[in-house]
Design a protein around this ligand. Structure first.
Ligand SMILES: Nc1ncnc2c1ncn2[C@@H]1O[C@H](COP(=O)(O)OP(=O)(O)OP(=O)(O)O)[C@@H](O)[C@H]1O
Ligand SMILES: [Mg+2]
Length: 243
């Protein structure tokens, strides 16, 4: 479904991605992990069209989307969440979904979009906050709203950037189930960036590790947890480790 080939990105003299190649198959839940500053969010920004790569190509369902603007990428079927949650602060939870639904989700009428928004709000478990203003939501609720906003654009592929970060362990358990439902019930393929290893190991079919500008490992979660190079550059050992 998604294929990145030899992607490069630098910011001035800072080489972030030097040779990133990866692919995501239809129906997978894939993880992208790696140290802080490795370029994971930068990669999402390139895929979703917010940043331009300096080299390499990205294809989606066989179509080259390397230099496609974000509005077209959303309409082609790639949705995303933001690591720093961005609710429309003065809109209600439900109305936060209207721009995505009307722009890219296939809805023309506000009334019909609002009905769909309420379904998605219920799907992510926010029905009791449907009429609350975006900025008044808790961190955990904002994460759920981010996911609903991603789904509102009617994606085939959903990019989730650290939706588990900063959540309690019971919230993590619930969100793992939600991500599984997104794939199993909505038929949406998922690529997620995560530092919460409990979540990534549990929910992902396959994990790719980004370090030093390229993918250094690509395997089932159990194999990633045992991979010495991954342990050395990222997971670590002992109490301070992520594993
Ligand atoms: N728009 C930008 N302009 C300049 N530098 C940037 C920009 N975006 C990211 N960077 C830099 O690129 C590097 C990679 O950042 P990025 O946010 O992609 O890392 P990350 O892997 O998502 O890290 P984290 O796990 O901490 O979220 C960092 O050094 C960051 O400061
Ligand atoms: Mg990031």
């Amino acid at each position: 479904m998604l294929e990145a080939t030899h992607v490069e990105k630098h910011f001035g003299g800072l080489e972030v991605l030097t040779d990133l190649s990866l692919e995501v198959q239809d129906g997978e839940i894939c993880g992208l992990i790696g140290p802080n500053g490795a370029g994971k969010t930068t990669f999402f920004n390139i895929v979703s069209g917010l940043l331009r790569a300096n080299g390499g190509t990205i294809t989606f369902n066989g179509e080259d989307i390397t230099d496609t603007p974000p509005k077209d990428i959303a309409r082609m079927g790639i949705g995303r969440t933001f690591q720093i949650t961005r609710p429309y602060p003065t809109f209600t939870t439900t109305d936060n979904l209207l721009p995505g639904l009307l722009y890219s989700g296939g809805y023309r009428k506000v009334s019909e979009a609002r009905t769909r928004a309420r379904e998605l709000i219920e799907f992510v478990g926010l029905e009791h906050k449907a009429d609350m203003i975006g900025r008044d939501l808790t961190m955990s609720e904002k994460k759920r709203l981010e996911i609903a906003k991603g789904l509102a654009t009617d994606p085939e592929l959903l990019l989730l950037d650290e939706v588990f970060a900063g959540l309690s362990s019971s919230d993590v358990t619930e969100l793992i189930e939600l991500v599984e439902e997104i794939r199993d019930d909505m038929g949406v393929t998922v690529l997620l960036i995560e530092h919460v290893m409990e979540a990534a190991m549990n929910v992902c079919d396959r994990i790719m590790v980004l370090a030093n500008g390229e993918i250094i490992a690509n395997d089932r979660p159990e194999a990633i947890a045992q991979n010495q190079q991954v342990i050395d550059v990222y997971l670590g050992t002992g109490e301070e480790s992520y594993a």
